[in-house]
Design a protein around this ligand. Sequence first.
Ligand code: ADP
Ligand code: ADP
Ligand code: ZN
Length: 215
Amino acid sequence: MNIILLGPPGAGKGTQARVLVERDGMVQLSTGDMLRAAVAAGTEVGKRAKAVMDAGNLVTDEIVIGIISDRLDEPDVKGGAIFDGFPRTLAQADALGDLLAAKGMSLDKVVEMRCDDEELVTRVIGRFTCSGCGEGYHDTFKPPKVEGECDKCDANGFVRRPDDNEDAMRNRLFVYYKETSPLIGYYYAKDNLAMVDGTAAIDEVTAQIAQALKN
Ligand code: ADP
Ligand code: ADP
Ligand code: ZN
């Protein structure tokens, strides 16, 4: 099964994707993670993307479509792909449809994760990640069980993203409404949209997604 988790920054896409990876053996295709890896590696794409990402704007369709196209050729996606943070524009959505068709894959469900804007800002500003395994945390909503130690691995270093500040986040929300939210209607019209309440507790959202994927 191949699905899209669609929602604004902070909606919980990464958090839920990691649950699906652990529970169902699907693979998480996060263009944000792939772009951050390119920035860290200092590649040509990374150099082009860095300032755009820090300001909370979108990198070009050409770059992300290229990244996703290459990633879909790797064998592990056969176990089911979770698109997280892609597509973000109508052009990307069209391109994804073409790519999947060309590779003999289908899109089974688009799960819209709906959330309240001020909650999103609070979530993103309190977000941090384990530098060892990538597990996501939140200062208030999901602190590690033992302070300073990852629940999932032996590493004890955490990182915060440069774009998880209030200015960049407010711009990312604006960009979401302007460029990405039309995808809700797009997938509704294609009849594969389901909506979950992203403001619910993490486990409750997981349960709602499981239900949505059964239908
Ligand atoms: P996204 O990938 O959509 O940008 P994340 O999964 O990184 O969002 O979640 C953003 C922040 O909110 C993280 O710090 C995460 O721990 C926290 N979070 C995720 N889901 C919930 C939830 N249902 N309730 C409260 N906090 C949440
Ligand atoms: P979040 O879900 O918290 O907003 P992501 O990790 O998905 O963050 O994305 C971080 C940044 O990477 C975005 O603000 C944007 O600059 C860039 N990016 C990620 N995915 C895409 C995409 N599909 N199209 C354009 N830019 C993207
Ligand atoms: Zn860890």
